[in-house]
Structures are given as structure tokens and as C-alpha cells.
Design a protein around this ligand. Structure first.
Ligand code: PRP
Ligand code: URA
Length: 209
């Protein structure tokens, strides 16, 4: 059974309000998405295991904690997921980055895959899939299926805004994947956009509309 975590930290919600605002231009939008991704990474990694390490401070030898075990991979769903990568890499600089290209057909709303390049050892990595928007859930479901086909065993999904419909679809399809969301919004509209949402995340990030 998936765990769904809403990360309603005041700093995240404050920044999300600027991200949603239609008057926020691409540069500020990009900066804010990066900052929110960095803040969310703190929560998404909260249960990562630690191990004892011996180090020497200028004063004495001591035992401290460091991350143990699995290596990480960040896998953005192109295009909009790219906006979350640098923020995460600021906290987890050793992570490898894979890319899955997917766009939603505007009429059917079904995802179309056009690119996939993953770290060769993806099966040994803790994978965090990033995408600002979880709308119908189709893109995330297909991206996670692709990751599993390529050998990924441990996957988390991290989105800024989700519709309840998308959360249900992705957790039904992939009950082994935990989902982290900054805000769960009201619903989808007839065009498949999240309400109130933020509009088209890819277009707003890259200024393509
Ligand atoms: C957006 C978004 C998700 C997808 C969500 O991408 O970034 O990938 O839609 O919708 P879904 O949950 O209904 O599948 P889009 O297809 O607009 O591509 P883009 O990032 O290249 O703009
Ligand atoms: N994709 C977006 O970019 N925004 C939405 O609201 C839904 C899908």
C-alpha cells in the first residue's frame, strides 16, 4: 500500500503561492520550483538509513552518522520534471540523473513516451521520480512502469501539485511506490488541468507559451 505524504511546510506553501500566480514569469517560476524541490527533498529522504562512521574532529576521535546503503537516482519526467532536478542535487549531489521523456496527447490526455535514458545500475538505486504535476496520473504511471521494466526496485514519486484523481490512479497502479506532494488540489477540469493548479508547468518553466 502506497504512503501518500503531503508536505505542507509553511515555506513550501508560501513559495507555492508565487508559483501558482499567473503573473510570475519564467525566471522566478524556475527559481521557485527549484527551491521547493530542495525543501521537499529534505522530507522525501527522511527515512533514509544511516550508519556509524569513525571520524576525527580537531578535538578527538568520534562516531558520527552518514547515509548508508543504497545510492540514489533522480529521474525527472521531461520536460517539467527537469525543473526539480537542480534543487534536489543541491542536497544530494552524488545522485545520478536519469531522464524519461513523456508528453500528454492534448486530445486523449494519454502519455506518449519519446525518450528514456537511465543510469545502468538503476536496479541498485533508490529512485526519486520528479514531476511538478500529477493530473490524471497517466504520465507518472507509465514512467514508473518503464523504470520497473528497466530493473528499478525502489521508487518514490515527488510532485508539487496533485489532483485526487491522479493520486488514486498512481497508487492503485503502483501500490509499492510512496508519493510526496506539496499540495493536493481540488480536481481536474474538462481539459485535464489541475484546479486551481498552476497551468501548464512545462510552458511556464520554459516560456513556451
Ligand atoms: C505535464 C506534467 C506531467 C503531465 C501530468 O507534462 O509535467 O508530466 O503533464 O499529466 P497526467 O498526470 O495527466 O499525465 P506535459 O505532458 O504537459 O509535457 P511537458 O512537461 O513537456 O510540457
Ligand atoms: N499538466 C500540467 O502541466 N498542468 C496541469 O494542470 C495538468 C497537466
Amino acid at each position: 500500500m502506497s504512503k501518500v505524504t503531503q508536505i505542507g511546510h509553511p515555506l513550501i506553501l508560501h513559495k507555492l503561492s508565487f508559483i501558482r500566480d499567473k503573473h510570475t514569469g519564467s525566471k522566478d517560476f524556475r527559481d521557485l520550483v527549484e527551491e521547493v524541490a530542495m525543501l521537499m527533498a529534505y522530507e522525501v529522504t527522511r527515512d533514509f538509513p544511516l550508519e556509524d562512521v569513525e571520524i576525527e574532529t580537531p578535538i578527538c576521535k568520534t562516531t558520527c552518522k552518514m547515509l548508508a546503503g543504497k545510492k540514489m537516482a533522480i529521474v525527472p519526467i521531461l520536460r517539467a520534471g527537469l525543473g526539480m532536478v537542480d534543487g534536489m542535487l543541491r542536497l544530494i549531489p552524488a545522485a545520478k540523473v536519469g531522464h524519461i521523456g513523456m508528453y500528454r496527447d492534448e486530445v486523449t490526455l494519454k502519455p506518449v513516451e519519446y525518450f528514456c535514458k537511465l543510469p545502468a545500475d538503476i536496479g541498485e538505486r533508490e529512485v526519486i521520480v520528479t514531476d511538478p504535476m500529477l493530473a490524471t496520473g497517466g504520465s507518472a504511471i507509465d514512467a514508473i512502469s518503464l523504470l520497473k521494466q528497466r530493473g528499478a526496485k525502489s521508487i518514490r514519486l515527488m510532485c508539487l501539485i496533485a489532483a485526487p484523481e491522479g493520486i488514486k490512479a498512481v497508487t492503485d497502479a503502483h501500490p509499492d511506490v510512496d508519493v510526496y506532494i506539496a499540495s493536493i488540489d481540488e480536481k481536474l477540469n474538462e481539459q485535464g488541468y489541475i484546479v486551481p493548479g498552476l497551468g501548464d508547468a512545462g510552458d511556464r518553466l520554459f516560456g513556451t507559451k
